[in-house]
Each structure stands twice: as C-alpha cells, then as structure tokens.
Design a binder for this molecule. Structure first.
Ligand SMILES: Nc1ncnc2c1ncn2[C@@H]1O[C@H](COP(=O)(O)OP(=O)(O)O)[C@@H](O)[C@H]1O
Ligand SMILES: [Mg+2]
Length: 339
C-alpha cells in the first residue's frame, strides 16, 4: 500500500468516529514509515498519538487489551516512544573525519567491554550529540545501535519533563532502570527539554533534583548500557551534565565535499546517474547552507519529479533534472527563512 491509502483509511475511520480502527490504521502507517526508513515521520506520529492519549485519555476503549495493562507499565510506556533495532552502519552517515574517528572508537570500546574490563579500563558509554537540526544526530544514534546490534529505547524527554510536575526525577529513574535492566541503549532526544523545568518551577528546586538524579544515574550506568543524548541547543544544558558525557560530538552542516558525498550516496540508492562535473559543482554551490536533511529531501523530490517526466516522455534515461532540483532548493531555502 502507498502512503495515500493509509491516509484514506485514517480519514474514513476518523470520520466514522471508530477509534479502535483509527488507531489500528495509524499504527499501520507508522509501520509503513519504519519500513520505508522514514524514521522521523514514524517518531513524530507516535509522539502525536501518545500526546493525544495523554490529553484525552479516551483513545483506548475501556475493556480493550490495552486498558488492562498494568498502570506501572502504562506510565513507563508513555515516556518511551519506541524500542527499535537498527540496520544503519557507519557507511550510512556522512561526517567529518575527526567525528567519524571518535564515533568509531566509541563503537569499538562498546564492542570490547570484556577486554577493557580485564585491564581495569573504563568503557566510554555516554555520548552527547549536538548541532543543528537535520545534520544526523538521530541518524548517528541509529548507527551506534546498528553497529553494536543493540536494541535502543527512544525516550521522549519532553513528555518526561512535562508529564507530572514534581515527578520528573522519578520518571527518569524508571526509564533508565528499565534500559539498564535490558542492557540496551537509551536515546534521549531533545535533551535540552531539561532546561524547561526552570520555567515550571521558580525556585529551581526541581531542576536541581533532576540534574542530581541524572548525574547519579550516569555514575551507576552499567558498562553494558549506553546513553546517547541529542540536542540542537547545547547552550541550554547544565555544565555539570555536559561534562559527565564521555564523548561530546558536534555534527555540522555539510561543506562542499560532504554535499557531494551526500549526493553520491543518495543517487547510488536509486541507481541514478551522477550529473556532469560542472553542473554538479553548480548545484553543490546552491546547496551550501542547507542541512543534510534538506539537501536530501530536495534531491529525492527532484528524482521523483524527473522520473514522472521521463515516463511521460518515454525517456528511460535515469538522470536527475537539475532545473527541477535547483527550483526545489530555492523554495526550500525560502521556506526555511520564513521560520
Ligand atoms: N550526516 C548525515 N549523513 C547522511 N544523511 C544524513 C545526515 N544527516 C541527516 N541525514 C539525512 O537526514 C535525515 C534526518 O536527519 P536526522 O538524523 O534526523 O537529523 P537530526 O537528528 O540532527 O535533526 C536522516 O535520516 C538522513 O536521511
Ligand atoms: Mg533528530
């Protein structure tokens, strides 16, 4: 089925007021996104469902299987967006050489825990990823999970912080303990949400408690567990926390060389021909200033539009139409400036 089919079903069930079927179709769409590697879409949709459930409390029909879940499990479930397995590898992410070396070392250490323990050496297992949106923070966490073949809990820190005032510390501890117990990775996106606690509580007492809780959890992190946190706003983080990470990696927007690698990587996936050198240089210049995500999005859209044009004109040469792509880049830049 294509995306539009799922959306049609969702619209039908929504208009029929059939919440069970609506939820079922929404979860089917989430699976579709996961299978087509649109992980961000899957996460966003899952968060929206969780938020809606939290607000209305009546999306799950009383008497259904969900309803009988233990209260405790339900609380933790609300804080965890997903438990995932990943097949991403280092070759799927384009990063600066020094960042790649650091990430490789991090992965190597976590593969060699026994060896390190034999020599009484600590394992680096707390990773902070920061940098602008769309530059691979989430992707890097998937790469770590994929390379280590470990399961990963994706945690909704925004939900933990805002769920119940005064219970943030307790909630964070619950999620960490669950991840420790299962020896998996815990990925905390929007780590800067911690800063929001300040807005809720004037005397900073809650904030201090939460920071202390996290520091303690970090201190007792079993060596088989891994914490990865990501933020677009590193300056929002408490210094005491930033310092406790073993590795602090900054992901940046791509330079010309990296833009070229991203184009090659993306074209390779669809077996499309690379544009000629001079034209390529021109388009790379236009892409400068955009994130990996934006560049890839405009390129994929250009490929799709080219494909339809080619089919209409019975031209089977698979070459991306650079005029189409250039227009998409311009409108992406314009859209981003509006924000
Ligand atoms: N460094 C990168 N190398 C290759 N692809 C990237 C990179 N950064 C982003 N992308 C593409 O953009 C998508 C979204 O990036 P994401 O990791 O969610 O960014 P962030 O978490 O920093 O906002 C990725 O799934 C991938 O397709
Ligand atoms: Mg992200």
């Amino acid at each position: 089925m294509a995306q539009i089919d799922y959306i049609q079903k969702i619209a039908e069930h929504g208009l029929d007021n059939d919440k069970d079927k609506l939820l079922k179709s929404l979860y089917e769409l989430i699976d579709y996104y996961k299978n087509t590697k649109k992980i961000n879409m899957a996460i966003q949709l899952q968060t929206a469902i969780k938020d809606a459930k939290r607000k209305s409390g009546n999306l799950t029909r009383v008497g259904s299987d969900h309803y009988f879940n233990k209260q405790n499990d339900r609380e933790i479930d609300n804080l965890i967006i997903d438990k995932i397995r990943s097949e991403y590898k280092l070759e799927n992410i384009i990063i600066e050489k020094n960042v790649q070396n650091e990430l490789t070392q991090f992965i190597k250490e976590n593969r060699s825990i026994e060896l390190l323990q034999k020599f009484n050496l600590p394992v680096s297992n707390k990773l902070l990823l920061h940098g602008p949106s769309g530059c691979g923070k989430t992707l890097a966490s998937y790469v770590v999970a994929g390379e280590l073949a470990k399961e990963m809990y994706v945690v909704n820190l925004g939900a933990i912080v805002s769920s119940k005032l005064g219970e943030t510390s307790k909630n964070i501890t619950k999620v960490f303990k669950k991840a420790f117990h299962e020896k998996c990775i815990i990925f905390i996106d929007e780590f800067d949400s911690l800063g929001k606690i300040r807005d809720y509580n004037q005397d900073h007492g809650e904030m201090k408690r939460v920071v202390n809780t996290i520091l303690q959890l970090f201190d007792y992190l079993p060596e088989e567990a891994i914490v990865i946190a990501a933020t677009n706003q590193e300056n929002m983080l408490d210094d005491a926390i930033t310092r406790r990470f073993d590795l602090n990696l900054k992901l940046t927007i791509p330079n010309k060389e990296k833009i070229q690698s991203l184009i090659e990587l993306t074209l390779k996936k669809g077996n499309f021909n690379k544009p000629h050198k001079r034209q390529l240089n021109d388009i790379i210049n236009q892409c400068q200033g955009l994130s990996y995500y934006s560049i890839q999005k405009t390129l994929v859209n250009a490929i799709k539009r080219t494909l339809f044009e080619n089919i209409e004109s019975k031209n089977l040469q698979m070459k991306v139409d650079l005029n189409i792509w250039s227009k998409l880049i311009k409108s992406e830049k314009k859209a981003l400036k509006k924000d």
